[in-house]
Each structure stands twice: as structure tokens, then as C-alpha cells.
Ligand binder design. Structure first.
Ligand code: FAD
Length: 481
């Protein structure tokens, strides 16, 4: 029943209908016939969880963490277990859903339309898994990803986090040229059987609650690009501790914290890839993850428009519902165009990552063969040993070298930076405009818009500030030789 003659539910549906939201899917329908149905099911799944569990709790969680930054909504994360959000991108033979970057981005948009803080718990977890997925060192599929998927099935979620940023090194660690002169502190010293890790990481999403942390550290501070190693550290490793948990303006449900490593021994088996491959891996991770950040921003913006629709439908000014005013209709049209532009950019970034980047290897016959193997076999016995062997690692590395072109990797980096900075800039403008239209109610907590305003700002900062992403996009598109 509508008061103004407007039907917010119908409009809400139009805002997210997969066919209308992703018109490029029509072009892909022939080559990827199942994709639309898969994205629809991802969206339905995200919506079911978002409407039932996130929406009613979001404001209270935000308020509670504002008072006590150590609070973490474990209960909500546990309730998500049946949906498998923590296993979304884990390959199916290892207990996951085997979804790709695009599926995950669509999930992020959906969850973020309710609360980007809660959604980002799943987002930061996927970010932590990314180096394991994108490295040819697929031993870690069974070593880490399978246990994570199994734990989620048991309703005992285990989170991952990704630690790149350091007290004196942020943007520079994300760019190969800048990294050469970055002041990096996290240092790994080679010792018998592994490494001794020392240093600090800051602003690490999920850092204080993660069971496992992926850490980038240098072997030689004078040669960071050539000597970065990629290590997985469990949270019960001796010498690991959580430092300060930041009091953030937004996305509070996903804590960002300082992590301290004091003489932490990391066994050689917990290194991902070879020594010196860490920098390239970080580049690949950011190429895959910046598109989904565009989706996070788009989701927050969509949440703002959805809230605005309810407001316009319920609020009268000078005897007429706001929705009936032409200026409001024109403003809504403008907001939806911006939303759609943000969405197309992230879709282009994620689909090109899936079709041209390392994820495309998952559809190679060799990887497909894993689908038919019982997962227990991949962990033990002769098949397990073969899967874990150096020969297998070399095979996948060769596969990647033959099938993933360097020019395409550069293109993905450009698209993902463009999606990240443009979608987040547009989203900030959308939420700001929604707040303007609501007048004095805009900044009032109970209407929910002020939280979205606090949440959306962060998307311009993390995964490389938008200034840095502009430079990155330039470097990987216009300036590419
Ligand atoms: C909520 C939140 C969550 C985060 N989660 C994680 C996480 O999970 N893991 C992780 O590793 N990190 C995380 N970060 C860190 C984040 O990625 C960095 O904050 C970001 O990359 C910027 O780095 P910085 O803060 O060191 O800024 P700096 O690099 O010090 O930059 C400061 C300013 O200088 C500008 N600047 C720097 N270099 C240039 C240049 N060459 N040209 C033009 N302008 C430049 C920047 O744009 C910025 O405005 C998170 C940050 C936030 C806010």
C-alpha cells in the first residue's frame, strides 16, 4: 500500500533487477549461458540474508562499536554460515562455492545496500584469501581454504585478513615503482625451516578477529620489489599480537587494527609462492579486489536511494508527497544514472578479471579435473601428495604463463582502478545528494542516511586512495607501452 501513489517495492526491484542492472550480460548470454541465473541466485541469497539479519541489526551494531571498538558481531557471522559467504570464492573441490570475482561483487553490492560494515567482514576475508587463490602455489587450496570451508559448514567461522599497509608505507606498497623507495618495516629473516617475521601492520580489516593473516614482508629492506615474501600467519602463532583497534567513522562492524609481529616463526610450508614473488602477487590481488570495492560503493549508494524512496513516499511538504514533485523525480533519475554508471564500471572490471586474468585458469581442463576428485583425496594419499608437489606448482605456473597475457593483467589493473575510484566518487555524491533531499532528517541517526554517509567515505580511501588509483589507471591504460 503506498501513500503517494508510488510503489517503493517495485522501484526497489527495478534498481536491482539483474537484467536491467547488468545490460552487458545480454552480450555474454551466448558464451556464458548460466551467468545470469547464477548472478540472480547470488543476489537472492544476499538479499535473503541482508533483509532478515543485517537490516534489523545494522544501526545497533554501529552504535555499539561506536562505544566499544572491541565488540564484533560474531553471532551475525555465524548466522551467515548456511549461506557460505566465507567460502564463496573457494574452489568447489575444496568445499567452496567456486564463484568468481563478478559473483562476489554482486554479493557485495547486495549486502552493502544493508550495511557495508557487516558486508566487509566477508569482503576483507575474501581479500585475505585472494593471494592464495591467485598464486600458482595451489598447495594452499587444501592447506588453508578447505579447512576454512569445512569450519564454515560446521558453523564455526574462521576469518582471513590481508596485511599490506604499514605505519610508514601505504600507497607506495601498492605500486611497483613506488615500492622500490618505500619505508617498509615488516621483515622476514630466512632461518632453518622457515622465516622469523618482525614488524607492524596497520589498519588491517578483520585483523583483530582473523584466524589467519596473509602478510607481505621483505627479506631485504633495500630491495623490497625483488625480495617480498608472502606468508600466512595463524593468530595463535607465538609472537603475534593485536595492537590498537581503530575508532573508525564508518563500516564499524569490520574492525581495522594494528598487528604486531615479534620474532614470529613462520614455517616454510606457510609461504605462498616463491621468495620474491610477493610484489607481483600484491598487484594481482589489487587488480582482482578493486572492482569489488566499486561494488561495495555501489551497494552503499543503492541503499541510500532505497532509503530515500521510502522517505519520499512517506513525507509531505506543503500538502504534497515529495515523490510527486517533479524536482524530486528529476533528482531520482540523476541518482539512478550515477548508480548505473558505477555498476557498469565495476562489472567491466570484475568480468574482465574473470575472463582474462588468473581466475580464468579455473575453467582450464586441468583444474576442471579437480572437480571430479573426491576432496579427501586431494589432501591425503598419493593424489594428495601429487597435488601438493612442486611439480604441480610448476605446472600451474606454466599454465598461468601461457594463458594469462601480461597486457591483459595490465588492462585488468586499469579497469579495476577506474571502477574503484569512479564508483566510490559517484557513490559519495549519491549518498550526499540523498541526504540533501531529506533536509534536516538526513543527518538524523534513526533515518540511517548518516551511517551510509560515514560508510561510503571509506571506499575512497582503502585499497589505495582514489588519487593513487587515478595514477594507476593512467599508468595501466593511457601510459601503457
Ligand atoms: C577502513 C580501512 C580499512 C583498511 N583495510 C586494510 C586492509 O585490510 N589491509 C591493508 O593492508 N590495508 C588496509 N587499509 C589501508 C589502506 O589501504 C591505506 O590507508 C591506503 O592504501 C592509503 O595508504 P596510507 O593511509 O598510508 O596513505 P598514504 O600513502 O600515506 O597517502 C597519504 C595521502 O597522500 C596521497 N598520496 C600518496 N602518494 C601519492 C602520489 N604518488 N601521488 C599523489 N598522491 C599521493 C594519498 O592519496 C593520500 O591522500 C585500510 C584503510 C582503511 C581506511
Amino acid at each position: 500500500m503506498t501513500r503517494s501513489g508510488m510503489d517503493p517495492e517495485r522501484l526497489r526491484h527495478r534498481l536491482r533487477d539483474v537484467r536491467e542492472a547488468y545490460p552487458r550480460l545480454l552480450l555474454l548470454e551466448k558464451s556464458m549461458p548460466g551467468l545470469r541465473r547464477e548472478l540472480e541466485s547470488v543476489q537472492r541469497d544476499g538479499r535473503a540474508f541482508g533483509e532478515k539479519h543485517i537490516a534489523p541489526a545494522a544501526l545497533e551494531i554501529d552504535r555499539r562499536i561506536g562505544e566499544d571498538e572491541t565488540y564484533f558481531p560474531w553471532d551475525l557471522v555465524r548466522r551467515a554460515s548456511p549461506h557460505g559467504f566465507l567460502s564463496y570464492i573457494i574452489p568447489a573441490p575444496f568445499g567452496g562455492k567456486g564463484f568468481y570475482t563478478t559473483h562476489f561483487a554482486v554479493l557485495m553490492e547486495e549486502l552493502c545496500s544493508h550495511c557495508a560494515g557487516v558486508a566487509n567482514i566477508f569482503g576483507a576475508h575474501a581479500l585475505g584469501l585472494c593471494p592464495l587463490l591467485l598464486s600458482p602455489d595451489i598447495r594452499h587450496y587444501s592447506r588453508y581454504m578447505q579447512p576454512v570451508a569445512l569450519a564454515e559448514k560446521r558453523g564455526e567461522p574462521q576469518l582471513f585478513a590481508l596485511a599490506i599497509t604499514e605505519p610508514d608505507a601505504g600507497s607506495d606498497v601498492e605500486d611497483r615503482d613506488e615500492m622500490a623507495t618505500a619505508r617498509l618495516s615488516a621483515h622476514a629473516k630466512k632461518v632453518s625451516g622457515g622465516y622469523i617475521l618482525n614488524g607492524r601492520k596497520v589498519f588491517i580489516s578483520n585483523g583483530s578477529v582473523a584466524r589467519y593473516i596473509w602478510v607481505g614482508a621483505v627479506l631485504d629492506r633495500k630491495r623490497p620489489v625483488e625480495t617480498t615474501v608472502s606468508l600466512v600467519v595463524p593468530n595463535d602463532a607465538r609472537g603475534f599480537s593485536v595492537g590498537r583497534i581503530e575508532k573508525k567513522m564508518g563500516q564499524r562492524a569490520c574492525p581495522a587494527s594494528e598487528l604486531v609481529f615479534e620474532d614470529v616463526f613462520v614455517p616454510e610450508e606457510d609461504r605462498v609462492g616463491d621468495e620474491g614473488e610477493g610484489e607481483a602477487l600484491i598487484s594481482n590481488v589489487l587488480g582482482a579486489s578493486r572492482g569489488p570495492v566499486g561494488a561495495i560503493a555501489t551497494g552503499i549508494a543503492r541503499g541510500a536511494i532505497q532509503r530515500l524512496l521510502d522517505y519520499l513516499n512517506a513525507t509531505k511538504v506543503n500538502g504534497r508527497y515529495l515523490f510527486e514533485r517533479q524536482w524530486c523525480q528529476a533528482a531520482l533519475s540523476d541518482l539512478c544514472v550515477k548508480l548505473q554508471a558505477a555498476r557498469q564500471l565495476y562489472f567491466d572490471a570484475t568480468i574482465s578479471c574473470d575472463l582474462l586474468g588468473v581466475p580464468k585458469l579455473m575453467s582450464h581442463p586441468l583444474m576442471r579435473a579437480l572437480d571430479v576428485m573426491p576432496s579427501a583425496l586431494l589432501r591425503s594419499g598419493a593424489a594428495g601428495a601429487a597435488f601438493q608437489s612442486r611439480a604441480m606448482y610448476n605446472l600451474v605456473r606454466e599454465l598461468a604463463a601461457k594463458n594469462v597475457r601480461r597486457t591483459d593483467v595490465s588492462l585488468i589493473a586499469a579497469y579495476s582502478s577506474m571502477a574503484k575510484y569512479t564508483a566510490s566518487d559517484l557513490a559519495v555524491r549519491i549518498v550526499s545528494k540523498c541526504m540533501d533531499i531529506m533536509g534536516e532528517d538526513g543527518p538524523v541517526e534513526e533515518f540511517g542516511m548518516e551511517k551510509l554517509y560515514r560508510d561510503v567515505k571509506l571506499t575512497q580511501i582503502y585499497e589505495g586512495t582514489n588519487q593513487i588509483n587515478r595514477l594507476f589507471a593512467y599508468k595501466h591504460s593511457l601510459a601503457r607501452s
